[in-house]
Design a protein around this ligand. Structure first.
Ligand code: PEP
Ligand code: CO
Length: 454
């Protein structure tokens, strides 16, 4: 008999107990038999990650909760099925660069978590999209349908669930090779600075920093330290995460750990509920409440202290450091007012959570040229407001959660190369929300390092 964790009052948690609750943001699957067949295939596949890895991430996050480390969670808004080894490598590069800047600048370890190898499903503000009087289901990510504006493209196709599983295994395999097989070696820090980044002021600052790291390594070697034996210098721990949106898919990858008997969602190390799926009595919170992975919840400006404390009680009843991350995405103009009462309430309730700032999702608007965009200045303004709010509360700010790519895209405005509204069309390639390009990401890391130093 599988062990069952205590869920909501009066219910017993199981990987499928979410089915008795209202599940927001689920696609309409036209063929339920095909859906069941796809889920059954996934149920018979090996796990993507191990329970022990999820526990290691929770231990690392506990250090963030205690104010001794920083969380960097980053990646695409929505990953595309059309990926390449290069796009994964470049995303990893920029995340490694940002981590170096934060580690060196703030003097604390950085816990690295990608929105990667499974970030395929998107919640949408509207179930349908209308163009020229034609109404079709919204695009919900490559795990569900295709962005093309035809009825056929937009139909939810269960075979995509199986494709998403295989896509995740391929991405994760490459990430494991990159992070453990030499690419993430500190001695390679210069090589992470891509050509188009290296020419920017931030790229040049990064070169200086990488040079200092070289000198420090040579110094340690000269002192007789056998650098070859220090695994930390040659490998990084890199974790995966995505929004646990399609609960049937997540359930199919939820497995019982043979060591502890606990249930883990083995589709990623960390799973989160979004601003649209965090209903206390909803299916998503029910599902997250019983898995033993570290979990996160996004909080928008309407979240009340009572609501947030209730979410903490539900998702972190045992008050375990690192179990729960709260990701504030308030908007630059609201964070200074909305956040402090939440921070106070959570602390008052005794939950040792990790706080993180998502400075992207509260700052999205339509550019005059017709693109969904964000301005780098608003992103930085939200981060500054977020840090100020934590400082005022005497609370460790935890970390940041950003949407970025390693490529030279033009999706967010501003930054040192000053992307303007009329430039957005040049390389606007996102599947969903606008991402920081590698230069903007590095710029952001230097500024966050400055805030952390304070
Ligand atoms: C996202 O992270 O891409 C997202 C949809 O965020 P939120 O739930 O905060 O809107
Ligand atoms: Co997004």
């Amino acid at each position: 008999m599988p062990e069952e964790a205590a869920g909501d009052v009066g219910t017993i948690w199981s990987p499928g107990s979410w089915r008795a609750k209202p599940a927001a943001q689920q696609p309409v699957w036209p063929d339920l038999d095909a859906l069941e067949a796809a889920l059954d295939r996934i149920r018979r596949q090996p796990p993507l990650v191990f329970a022990g890895e999820a526990r290691a991430l929770q231990a690392a996050l506990a250090e963030v909760a205690a104010g001794r480390a920083v969380l960097l969670q980053a990646g695409d808004c929505a990953e595309s099925f059309e990926f390449s080894a290069n796009s994964i490598r470049d995303k990893l590069r920029v995340i490694l660069q940002m981590a170096i800047v934060l580690t060196y600048g703030a003097g604390v370890p950085v816990v690295k978590v990608g929105r990667i190898a499974g970030q395929f499903a998107k919640p949408r503000s509207s179930a349908t999209e209308i163009r020229d009087g034609v109404e079709l289901p919204s695009f919900r990510g490559h795990i569900v349908n295709d962005p093309g504006f035809t009825a056929e493209a937009r139909e939810a196709d269960p075979s995509r669930l199986v494709d998403a599983y295989h896509q995740s295994t391929a991405a994760l395999n490459l990430l494991r090779a990159f992070t453990k097989g030499g690419f993430a070696d500190l001695a390679q820090a210069h090589a992470w600075n891509q050509e188009f980044v290296a020419q920017s002021p931030q790229g040049r600052n990064y070169e200086v920093l990488a040079g200092e790291i070289d000198r420090a390594l040579r110094f340690m070697g000269a002192c007789g330290i056998d650098l070859g034996r220090e695994a930390q210098l040659h490998q990084v721990d890199f974790y995966t995460s995505h929004e646990a949106l399609l609960l049937g898919f997540e359930e199919a990858l939820t497995r019982q750990d043979s060591l502890t008997g606990d249930w883990y969602d083995c589709s990623a190390h960390l799973l989160w509920a979004g601003e649209r799926t965090r209903a206390l009595d909803g299916a998503h919170v029910e599902f997250l409440s019983g898995i033993h992975n570290p979990v996160a919840v996004k909080l928008g400006p309407t979240a009340t202290p009572e609501e947030v404390v209730a979410l903490c009680a539900r998702l972190d009843p045992d008050r375990q450091p690192g179990r729960l991350t709260l990701i504030a995405r308030m908007g630059a103009d609201r964070v200074r007012d909305s956040l402090p009462p939440l921070v106070r309430a959570v602390r008052g309730a005794g939950h040792p959570v990790v706080w993180a700032c998502d400075p992207m999702h509260g700052n999205t608007f339509m550019s005059s040229s017709g693109f969904k965009t964000r301005h780098f200045d608003d992103v930085m303004a939200e981060i500054s407001g977020y840090f100020a709010a934590h400082e005022a509360e005497g609370n460790w700010p935890g970390g940041i959660h950003v949407e970025l790519t390693g490529e030279d895209v033009t999706e967010c405005l501003g930054g040192s190369e000053d992307v303007r509204s009329e430039n957005l069309e040049r390389r606007y390639e996102t599947m969903c929300d606008p991402r920081l390009n590698a230069r903007q990401s590095l710029d952001l890391a230097f500024r966050v390092a400055g805030l952390l130093r304070r």
